[in-house]
Design a protein around this ligand. Structure first.
Ligand code: HEM
Length: 360
C-alpha cells in the first residue's frame, strides 16, 4: 500500500498551503456559533466544536460540500462511531464468524460500507464534472487508485479513517486544548497577545515550532493523548524490545500516558498544564518522551493537517472570544469532569464560557 503517494506527498496536507483554508473555515465556523448568541454563553466544548475538525477535513478532501453532502457525511460518521463500539468490544467481532453470530451488526456494517462507497463515487463523479477537477484531493486520490497505486478497499478505508476514526480523536484533542486555555487564563492572555501580534501572518504562526501556540498544542496533547494505550500492533518476526524477546505475532501496545507523564523526564509537576516548560527542551529530547501522532510506519498520515487545523481554530477562537470555565467547574477542577461513555476516545463533558471580545 502506498498511502503517501495517493494522499501524501503531492496531494495532501502541506501546512503552508492549507492554513489559509483552515483559518477561513475556522472563522466561518465560529461566526455560525455566535449567530444567535449575545453576552456570555456556556457550551460543552467537545459537543460544540466537534463538527469543525470533521467538516474542515471533509471540505479539504472533497472541496466545498453542499449542505446535503455535509449532512450525509455527518450521519455516516455517527453510524461509523456506533459500529466502532463493536470493533472495540473485540471478541467475536474480530472473526468472520461474527457474520453468523451477530447478523444484525454484520448487516449494519455491510450497509455502512455500501453507503460509504456510494457517497464517494457520487462525489468523485460530481467533482470530475466541475470546472477544476484536478484541484480536488479526492479526484487525485481516485486517479491514484485507478492507476493501481492503491486498491479501492485501501482507499475507502483510508478515507474512512481520515474522517470517521478521527472524529472522536480530533474532537478530544481540540476540546482539551480549549479547556486548558479556558482554565489557564494567564496563558490564554499571553497566547492572544502572540496571535494579535501576528494577525497579518497567522499562516506563519501556525507553522512555527517555537511559538507559544505550538507549545500549548504539545502540552495539551501531552497531558491528554487521545488514548492511554496505543492501538495494538504485531510483527510476524521475533523482536527484541528493551532486552525482552517478543515472540512473532504478539500484540504490543505502548503505554502513552506513562511516557507523557513520566516524572523522571517531565518533573514533579508532570500532570500540570505548563506550556512554558517546553521552551527549554530541545525538540530532539521529545522524540522518546512525548507520544503525539504515533511512531514509525503507522505514524499519523494527517499529522501536519491536524496540527494546522487545531492551531487555526485556536487563533480564530481567541481573537473573537475570551474563554473561561463556569464557576462550578473552575472550583471542582477540570480533572473531576465526566466523560462520555459512548465514544471510543473518552470525550470530555466539560463546559466552557465564551465572552465575545467585540462586546467589550
Ligand atoms: C490531533 C488529531 C490527531 C491525532 C492525535 C492523530 C493520531 C494518530 C495516531 C497516533 C495514529 C497511529 C495509529 C496506529 O497506531 O495505528 C494515526 C493514524 C492515522 N491518522 Fe491520525 N491523528 C489525528 C488526526 C488525523 C487527521 C485530521 C487525519 C486525516 C486528515 C488523520 C489521518 C490518519 C490516518 C489515515 C492514519 C492511518 C495511517 C496508517 O495506518 O498508515 N489523522 N493518527
Amino acid at each position: 500500500m502506498d498511502l503517501s503517494t495517493a494522499f501524501g506527498q503531492d496531494a495532501v496536507p502541506k501546512l503552508a498551503q492549507n492554513t489559509p483554508f483552515l483559518l477561513d473555515t475556522a472563522e466561518e465556523f465560529l461566526k455560525q456559533i455566535r449567530q444567535n448568541e449575545t453576552g456570555v454563553v456556556q457550551i460543552c466544548a467537545a459537543n460544540s466544536f466537534s463538527r469543525f475538525p470533521f467538516m474542515a477535513t471533509a471540505e479539504y478532501l472533497y472541496s466545498p460540500l453542499k449542505d446535503s453532502e455535509k449532512e450525509e457525511l455527518w450521519s455516516l460518521g455517527q453510524q461509523s462511531l456506533a459500529l466502532m463500539g463493536s470493533v472495540l468490544a473485540g471478541g467475536v467481532f474480530r472473526f468472520e464468524v461474527s457474520r453468523w453470530l451477530k447478523p444484525q451488526v454484520y448487516k449494519q456494517l455491510a450497509q455502512f460500507e455500501k453507503d460509504w462507497v456510494n457517497l464517494n463515487e457520487r462525489i468523485v463523479q460530481a467533482r470530475r464534472a466541475s470546472s477544476e477537477p484536478s484541484a480536488t484531493v479526492i479526484v487525485q486520490a481516485w486517479e491514484a487508485m485507478e492507476a493501481g497505486i492503491i486498491s479501492k478497499k485501501e482507499m475507502i478505508q483510508t478515507l474512512s479513517e481520515m474522517l470517521f476514526a478521527n472524529l472522536d480523536v480530533s474532537t478530544h484533542v481540540l476540546s482539551w486544548l480549549v479547556i486548558f486555555l479556558a482554565k489557564h487564563t494567564d496563558i490564554q492572555r499571553e497566547l492572544r497577545q502572540e496571535i494579535k501580534t501576528n494577525t497579518k501572518s497567522l499562516m506563519e504562526l501556525c507553522g512555527k515550532k517555537d511559538s507559544l501556540l505550538h507549545r500549548c498544542f504539545l502540552e495539551s496533547i501531552r497531558l491528554r493523548p487521545f488514548t492511554v494505550f496505543t492501538i495494538p500492533e504485531r510483527s510476524p518476526q521475533t523482536k527484541i524490545l528493551g532486552g525482552y524477546i517478543v515472540p512473532p505475532n504478539t500484540s504490543v501496545v505502548v503505554d502513552t500516558l506513562s511516557i507523557n507523564h513520566n516524572p523522571q523526564f517531565w518533573g514533579d509537576d508532570c500532570t500540570e498544564f505548563n506550556p512554558r516548560r517546553l521552551q527549554k527542551l530541545p525538540l530532539t529530547d521529545l522524540r522518546y518522551n512525548l507520544f503525539t501522532f504515533g511512531f514509525g510506519s503507522r505514524k499519523c498520515l494527517g499529522q501536519h493537517f491536524a496540527e494546522a487545523m487545531m492551531k487555526a481554530f485556536i487563533c480564530q477562537l481567541l481573537v473573537q472570544y475570551e474563554i473561561g470555565l463556569p464557576i462550578t467547574d473552575n472550583k471542582a477542577g477540570i480533572d473531576s469532569g465526566t466523560h462520555r461513555k459512548d465514544t471510543w476516545v473518552p470525550i470530555s463533558n466539560i463546559h466552557i464560557t465564551l465572552s465575545s471580545l467585540e462586546d467589550n
